[in-house]
Design a protein around this ligand. Structure first.
Ligand SMILES: NC(=O)c1ccc[n+]([C@@H]2O[C@H](COP(=O)([O-])OP(=O)(O)OC[C@H]3O[C@@H](n4cnc5c(N)ncnc54)[C@H](OP(=O)(O)O)[C@@H]3O)[C@@H](O)[C@H]2O)c1
Length: 276
C-alpha cells in the first residue's frame, strides 16, 4: 500500500456501521474496489458500498476468500461478543504478512497476538461521526508493527476523520470512554436541551430543531475557531446575563463537571471489564 494514498489490498471483516463508514471513506480517497474484499454474512445487498461499487467483492465467509488474495491489511470491524468465533479463522493470512487492524472495542493487541500468532497488530478506536468523515480515531500499535504498517493504518483511519496515536495501550479504556462513547453524551445533551426547551414552553418541533442546531453550530465553531472551549464559553457569558444564570447551575459543585467525570469513570471501568 502506497504511503499517503489509499492503494493496496484490504480484507475487511464485518461491514456494518463502522466497517461501511470506513469502506465509503476509502473509496472517496481512491481505493480501488477490485483490490478490496469484504467478508460479511449479511450479504452483498446489505453492504451499502456494494450498491455504488459493483466491482467490490463481498463474500459471506472467510473460506470463500480466494487463496491467491494477498491482503496488505486485514481489518476487523465485528462486534466484540463474536470476535472469538471469527478472528482465529484469519490466522491463515499471517504468512502473507499483512498488518491486522482492529476497531473492535476492548480487544487488546495481546488478544489478537494469542488468536492469530502474529505481532503485527494495530488497535483503533474510532467513533460514529465516521459516517460523515468527522471521526476521531485513537490508534495503538504493538511494538513489532513497522513504521510503514503504522502509516498504512493511519491513512486508512484518516479517511473517516482525524487520527491520534497513543503509546500506552492501557489508555485505550479512557479513550473509549471519552471519544468512543462520547457522541452519545453529545446527543444526550441535544435531547436534554430539547426537553428543557419544551418545559420552558417552546413547541416540541421548534425545541428539537434549535437544540440540534445549537449543538451542531457550537461543534462547528469549536472546530473552526482557534479559541479553546473555555474561551468560547466565556465569550457567550456576559456578567449577570442569562448564560451566567444557567452556568451557575451547570458549573455548581454538583453540576455538569462531576457528573461527566463520573460517567467517563463508569465507562472506563466497563471498558476494562469487557476487555476481560
Ligand atoms: N459504531 C461505532 O460507533 C463504533 C465505534 C468504535 C468502535 N466500534 C467497533 O466496531 C465494531 C463494529 O461495530 P458496528 O457498530 O459497525 O457493528 P455492526 O453495525 O453490528 O457491524 C458488525 C458487522 O459484522 C458482521 N458480521 C457478523 N458476523 C460476521 C462474520 N462471521 N464475518 C464477518 N462479518 C460478520 C455483522 O453482520 P450481521 O449484522 O449480519 O450480524 C455486521 O454487519 C465493534 O467491535 C465496535 O466495538 C464501533
Amino acid at each position: 500500500m502506497a504511503e499517503g494514498s489509499i492503494q493496496g489490498t484490504i480484507l475487511l471483516v464485518g461491514c456494518g456501521k463502522m466497517g461501511g463508514a470506513l469502506l465509503n471513506g476509502w473509496f472517496k480517497r481512491g481505493l480501488s474496489p477490485v483490490d478490496t474484499i469484504v467478508v460479511e454474512p449479511a450479504g452483498r445487498d446489505a453492504v451499502m458500498p456494494c450498491k455504488t461499487h459493483r466491482a467490490l467483492t463481498c463474500l459471506p465467509h472467510v473460506k470463500d476468500v480466494p487463496r491467491d488474495f494477498r491482503p496488505d491489511v486485514v481489518l476487523f470491524a465485528v462486534k466484540p461478543q463474536i470476535a472469538d468465533d471469527i478472528v482465529p479463522h484469519y490466522a491463515s493470512f499471517v504468512a502473507q504478512q499483512p498488518v491486522f487492524l482492529s476497531v473492535i472495542a476492548g480487544k487488546t493487541t495481546a488478544y489478537f497476538q494469542r488468536q492469530l500468532g502474529t505481532d503485527a497488530i494495530v488497535r483503533a478506536m474510532p467513533n460514529t461521526p465516521a459516517a460523515v468523515g468527522k471521526s476521531v480515531s485513537v490508534l495503538y500499535a504493538a511494538p513489532a508493527v513497522s513504521a510503514v504498517q503504522r502509516r498504512v493504518c493511519e491513512v486508512l483511519m484518516s479517511a473517516v476523520g482525524s487520527v491520534e496515536w497513543i503509546t500506552d495501550e492501557s489508555l485505550m479504556d479512557a479513550v473509549t470512554a471519552v471519544s468512543g462513547s462520547g457522541p452519545a453524551y453529545v446527543f444526550l445533551l441535544a435531547e436534554c436541551l430539547r426537553d428543557a426547551g419544551i418545559a420552558a414552553g417552546l413547541p416540541a418541533d421548534l425545541a428539537a430543531r434549535i437544540a440540534s442546531a445549537t449543538v451542531t453550530g457550537s461543534g462547528c465553531l469549536l472546530e473552526q475557531s482557534d479559541l479553546s472551549a473555555e474561551t468560547l464559553r466565556q465569550n457567550v457569558t456576559s456578567p449577570g446575563g442569562t448564560t451566567a444564570a444557567a452556568l451557575s447551575v451547570l458549573m455548581a459543585s454538583d453540576g455538569f463537571k462531576p457528573l461527566l467525570a463520573k460517567a467517563v469513570a463508569e465507562a472506563t471501568k466497563r471498558s476494562k471489564e469487557l476487555a476481560g
